[in-house]
Design a protein around this ligand. Structure first.
Ligand SMILES: [Zn+2]
Length: 401
């Protein structure tokens, strides 16, 4: 793989042994659409390791044996690529970048990142905004990235909006991040300018510890995407930008409660479709409505029925990602047996008591937050959430077995 940055335009050329089909670090199969993209709203200059790492979040799935960058990287970054991926990276010749003093929040506007923002009230936001690719047609116009960017602006926080078409480098399954970490490509290129030593992501308990999302659905202390000792954690650290998961110890019920109780509640938006509010007709809206009804102790409020196509991911037999939250919702929403979820009640025997672990914080998630930002997150969790008991910790650590 040969990587070239021209300003903020990235092009990459595959070697003969590279392939246009690949797998993201969560093993999800993906296919390349095009070998160029750009990142807007970032400075023209940054440490070469930051350019290399930003590119790697986009080219990693297609690279088999080696990657050559257009400027020399540090020996430490090359070593992290070698240990993590078995890839030879070069040329080598730059001094390693030392971590900066500040933490930025990778801010999507969803409940998880709003909860992260509530913990670090002074942290600047970096918001990733999808823009069209100059050559790949946009067949996904319902994705209202402009609405989300406007909401981020209205928060009043120090904000950098990064515009990018990098998601269109994917042909299959649809436009999206080649690696989950590509959402941080702009934050990485801004890291020198903003003096960043870390980027906080809104990945919660399910994504970090329960193998949720598209992943393995069991307890994953060594999660390759998000564990500090995993390959991505070590690579980010080598570039002086630590991965920080302030809400990695709490469930989506807790992040939603924290987000809806925070100063930013007006700007929370997890639906990518609606303009004046959530669309109430997509699978994500249904899933989040179940969680919100559970924490607000009220009946489910949705126009969707069990026949709705978008409802199917939450109406199937477990296991699946997000299952712990469906369980949580089914145990708590009054009158759930008269809703579209009636037909899946047989798959679950959750009670409020058996799902109470999802209301507390898994302590190991706080331990792995890098030292400069740990105390603030721990104090926040102790004050607003509470730590899991030994029995609750065991629920996390036996998940999926
Ligand atoms: Zn929606």
């Amino acid at each position: 793989m040969r990587v070239t940055w021209t300003g903020a335009d990235l092009t990459f050329r595959l070697d003969p042994d590279d392939e246009i089909t690949g797998k993201a670090s969560d093993e999800y199969p993906i296919k390349l659409a095009t070998n160029s993209c750009s990142v807007g709203g970032v400075p023209g200059d940054a440490h070469p390791d930051l350019f290399a790492l930003a590119a790697w979040t986009i080219v990693a799935p297609w690279t088999r044996r080696r990657v050559s960058f257009d400027r020399a990287i540090s020996a430490e970054l090359a070593e992290a690529l070698h240990v993590g991926w078995g890839i030879d990276a070069g040329p080598v010749g730059a001094e390693q970048r030392g971590p900066g003093d500040r933490l930025a929040i990778s801010y999507s506007g969803g409940a998880d990142s709003v909860a992260a923002a509530a913990i670090y009230a002074e942290a600047p936001f970096v918001h990733f905004q999808r823009v069209p690719h100059r050559r790949v047609p946009n067949r996904w116009p319902h994705y209202r990235s402009d609405v989300l960017a406007r909401l981020a602006e209205r928060t009043g926080r120090e904000l950098s909006v990064v515009t990018s078409d990098l998601e269109y480098t994917l042909a299959e399954p649809r436009p999206g991040y080649p690696e989950h970490h590509a959402v941080a490509a702009g934050a990485l290129l801004l890291a020198d300018q903003l003096d960043l030593g870390g980027v906080a992501f809104g990945y919660e308990l399910g994504s970090r510890w329960l193998g949720g999302d598209r992943y393995v659905l069991r307890y994953t202390p060594d999660n390759p995407m998000w564990a500090p000792h995993g390959r991505w954690g070590r690579l980010f650290a080598a570039a002086g930008v630590h991965i920080v998961l302030p809400v990695g110890g709490v469930s989506e019920a807790v992040t939603m409660r924290l987000a809806l109780n925070s100063d930013l509640r007006t700007y929370v938006r997890w639906c990518l479709r609606g303009t004046d509010g959530p669309c109430r007709a997509c699978g994500k809206c249904l899933y989040k409505e179940l969680i919100q009804a559970a924490i607000e102790r009220r009946p489910l409020d949705t126009p969707m029925t069990a026949r709705h196509r978008a409802a199917q991911s939450w109406l199937k037999k477990p296991p699946y990602g997000g299952q712990e939250m469906v369980e949580y919702g089914l145990a708590r929403v009054p009158g759930i047996e008269h809703t579209l979820f009636a037909e899946v009640l047989d798959y679950f025997d959750a009670t409020e008591e058996s799902s109470a672990w999802l209301d507390h914080c898994y302590p190991k998630a706080l331990d792995e937050i890098p030292a400069p930002w740990r105390a603030e997150a721990a104090a926040y969790m102790e004050a607003h959430v509470g730590l899991m008991t030994h029995d609750e910790v065991r629920r996390v650590e036996t998940w999926g077995t």
